[in-house]
Design a protein around this ligand. Structure first.
Ligand code: PPS
Length: 278
């Protein structure tokens, strides 16, 4: 069986991110007007990317993730015209330093890790680029140990949270988007300096609903082979359920207790912990 996962700086990556690329990421030439979309897998990346592409009235290029591919990736990105929207599942401290030096705008989206875990479990089952997991119980333990692709949810979140007050970073939550999408879209437009009317915001929200986005993948003229996740190019794998609280259909009471115990310990210094679980 071909190797699906390899380690880089202690973090499991799929072999779709070549080690050579990962090693050379830091040489990437970011541009001042690049926008980076950061997320741990299964946090709402495609939803956010969909909203952003609809917000821009000037031509933009939504790229595949910066860590996806082989070393030629950086050259490919180099050739693209501005403005580039670049998604990534990298930890903050693994980002090419030029994004930081040049003060590029970054949007980080996060989600209740219980729902993220459940979403990731289903993704593991469907996605041929990820190792086989037999049961939810087995996956639950792997997730809490950080023994899954992209590593520990906690480390990832905390690496980004450390920069939540940086002027060039906007922090978003999946649950806020579910609760009041127009409000989040407005927030994003202000952050990205995009002028937009309330009517246009309503229109974007309509087109960004779960059902609309899922249906889009079924349309003949859609490109089903483009994703913003380094773990698949198949858009059909992305739109599963799109709800808040699906963890309640998976977690046993005992698992919930264990999760909360570890969450409280790992997140004890986090100012955002309360927004993430319920
Ligand atoms: S990936 O592969 O890591 O980039 O996945 P990501 O896009 O971050 O997250 C996938 C989950 O987001 C849900 N999703 C949505 N929810 C609500 N509204 C919209 N429009 C939407 N689009 C995607 C998707 O269904 C995955 O969550 P689950 O819980 O598995 O359904």
């Amino acid at each position: 069986e071909t190797e699906l996962i390899h380690m880089f700086k202690g973090i499991p990556f799929t072999t779709r991110s070549s080690l050579e690329l990962l090693k050379s990421l830091d040489t990437f030439d970011a541009r001042e007007d690049d926008v980076l979309l950061g997320s741990y897998p299964k946090s709402g990346t495609h939803w956010l990317a969909g909203v952003i592409t609809k917000l821009y009235n000037t031509p933009i290029t939504l790229t595949s993730p910066i860590e996806f591919g082989d070393v030629s990736k950086l050259e490919e990105l180099n050739k693209l015209s501005s403005k580039r929207i670049i998604p990534t599942h990298l930890d903050y401290n693994m980002l090419p330093s030029n994004f930081k030096n040049k003060n590029c705008k970054m949007i980080y989206i996060s989600r209740n890790p219980k729902d993220t875990a459940v979403s990731m479990y289903h993704y593991y089952k469907e996605n041929p680029h990820l190792p086989t997991v037999d049961t939810w119980t087995a996956f639950f333990d792997l997730f809490l140990e950080g023994d899954v692709v992209c590593g520990s949810w906690f480390d990832h979140f905390l690496s980004w949270e450390e920069h939540k007050n940086d002027k060039n970073i906007l922090f978003l939550f999946y649950e806020d988007m579910k609760k009041d999408l127009p409000k989040t879209v407005k927030e994003i437009s202000v952050f990205l300096d995009i002028d937009i009317s309330d009517d246009d915001i309503q229109d974007i929200c309509k087109k960004s609903s779960f059902s609309e986005m899922k249906n889009d993948t079924e349309k003949e003229n859609s490109d089903p082979s483009h994703t913003v996740c380094a773990l698949t190019s198949n858009r059909k794998l992305i739109f599963r359920k799109g709800t808040v609280g699906d963890w309640k259909n998976h977690f046993t009471p005992k698992q919930n207790l264990k999760f909360e115990e570890i969450f409280n310990e790992k997140m004890k210094l986090s100012k955002m912990a309360k927004r993430l679980t319920y």
